[in-house]
Structure formats: C-alpha cells, structure tokens
Ligand binder design. Structure first.
Ligand SMILES: Cc1cc2nc3c(=O)[nH]c(=O)nc-3n(C[C@H](O)[C@H](O)[C@H](O)COP(=O)(O)OP(=O)(O)OC[C@H]3O[C@@H](n4cnc5c(N)ncnc54)[C@H](O)[C@@H]3O)c2cc1C
Length: 224
C-alpha cells in the first residue's frame, strides 16, 4: 500500500502539479513598497525627523527617499567661503547620517498621490505610506538669472555659497582680492539661509584685514 501511494507515478504527478502551480504564481512586485512613515528628502530636516521616529517605528516601516549619496551640513558653507572650513568637513555619506532602523531608497520623488497615500519615484517605485513627511529643501535655480550659470562655470570672481558645487570659488575670489569692489547679494526669493549673505560679508572683511589689505583700498556693497 505504502509503496503504491508513493510510486513513481504519483510522485511524477505531484511534481507536475507543483511545477504548474509555481508557473502560475504572480511574481512579487519589488517596485511596490509600503511603510508607516515615508520621509522624502534626507537632508537636515528629513534626517532629524527620521532619527526621532526611528525609536518608535518597527524596522522596515520607516523609509527615507533621498537620491544623493552625499549629505552636506550647509551652515558650514559660509565658513568654507571664508576659508575657515573645507567642503570635505561639511560632507558625510548619506548612509552614515540616517538612523539604522530606516530603509534608504536612493531615488527621488516625482509624483505625489495624496488621496491614495502613494509617492512615485523616478526609477518607477511606488511607495505607499500611512504618514508622509516632505523635506526636499529648496532647489537652486541659478539659470533664472541671465548669465549667472555661465559666470559660475568659468574662472573669475563670481561665486555662490549656496551650493557645494560653487562654494569653493568664494575663498579663491577672496584670496585674489587686493583692491576694488566686492558686491554681496541677497536673493529676492525664498532663501536657504537669510543670514548667510551678511555673514560672508563680515567674514570676508575680517579675512582681508587679517592678511594686511588696507581697508581704504577695497569697498563692499551689500545689495538686498
Ligand atoms: C550657505 C548656507 C548657510 C546656512 N547657514 C545656516 C545657519 O547658520 N544656521 C541654520 O540654522 N541654517 C543655516 N542654513 C540653512 C540650513 O542648511 C537649511 O535650513 C537646512 O539644510 C534645511 O534642511 P532641509 O532638510 O529642509 O533641506 P536640505 O538640507 O537642503 O535637504 C533637502 C534634501 O532633499 C533632497 N531632495 C530634493 N528633491 C528631492 C526629491 N524630489 N525626492 C527626494 N529627495 C529630494 C535633496 O537631495 C536634499 O538632500 C544655511 C544654508 C546655506 C546654504
């Protein structure tokens, strides 16, 4: 009896059935994710909130969506412009500043569906959430000022402390300034740090005096 039930005939049949089943199984959609809290943006705000909630949310339930592997502590940019810190000192690996408990998705949000609690990413992921925090900061649009991008991308005295791409130009420009006018501008838009344009003005003045440049040989204009 035993050998009859488990004869090759039965085994073969069950293997066939098993294989049929496997073939008809719907593949898992790895592009679909879900979590309790989704944080879009892993900058200062996103990291701080993720760290706070990671203590209360179970593993795999906290997702941070951030496209960049570099995390910058932007307040240091003013000091980089003034030669008192380096860009590398302001940089950390994104993975080192995120809480251990969170899942980092290296991608960016391209579409929000608040009615369905869903965010779509550039690489085609669909992330479902219970709670959503949007912390994408401010985007820089240098191209909106005619000629600015061209000037920032060629040697010369035009610089900006607002971006890690250009901040190193400021100290170079300062070191080359022996006399003449230096113009500091305050953006007339929403701004990452309203104190930054004034701070670099004072730091620059301090630097020039420290290296012995006589004050009457240069002038600062602050436009706002
Ligand atoms: C020169 C300078 C000096 C400053 N000085 C000071 C200071 O002295 N004191 C102070 O308190 N503050 C200062 N700040 C301001 C401070 O840095 C910002 O307030 C702070 O970084 C804002 O945090 P955030 O998380 O909102 O944005 P950010 O830190 O800019 O982070 C935004 C993140 O969102 C990501 N992101 C963007 N779009 C998407 C998307 N679609 N999907 C997913 N992720 C996205 C970006 O990659 C980025 O990592 C300064 C800033 C600058 C530039």
């Amino acid at each position: 009896m035993f050998s009859k039930i488990f004869s090759n005939k039965y085994i073969n049949k069950s293997i066939t059935l098993f294989c049929d089943r496997r073939l008809s199984t719907t593949p898992i959609n790895t592009n679909k994710l879900s979590c309790k809290l989704l944080v879009v943006g892993g900058g200062t705000g996103g990291c701080a909130v993720a760290a706070k909630f990671s203590k209360h949310i179970k593993k795999n339930n906290l997702i941070v969506l951030e496209p960049s592997e570099d995390h910058y502590y932007q307040p240091l940019f003013t000091l980089i412009g003034g030669g008192a810190a380096t860009l590398e000192e302001s940089r950390r690996n994104e993975k080192d500043v995120l809480p251990e408990n969170c899942t980092w998705i290296k991608d960016k949000a391209v579409e929000y569906e608040p009615k369905n609690n869903v965010v779509h990413t550039e690489k085609g992921k669909i992330i479902e959430y219970d709670y959503l925090l949007i912390a994408v900061g401010l985007n820089l649009h240098y191209e909106k000022i005619p000629g600015l991008l061209e000037s920032l991308n060629r040697p010369g005295g035009v610089c900006s402390n607002y971006s890690p791409k250009y901040v190193n130009r400021t100290f170079t420009a300062l070191q080359n300034l022996n006399s003449g006018n230096a113009i500091f501008t305050f953006p007339n838009t929403a701004v990452k740090c309203p104190g930054a344009p004034q701070k670099i003005c004072y730091i620059a003045d301090h630097f020039l005096r420290k290296v012995g440049i006589i004050r009457s040989t240069y002038a600062f204009t602050f436009i706002w």
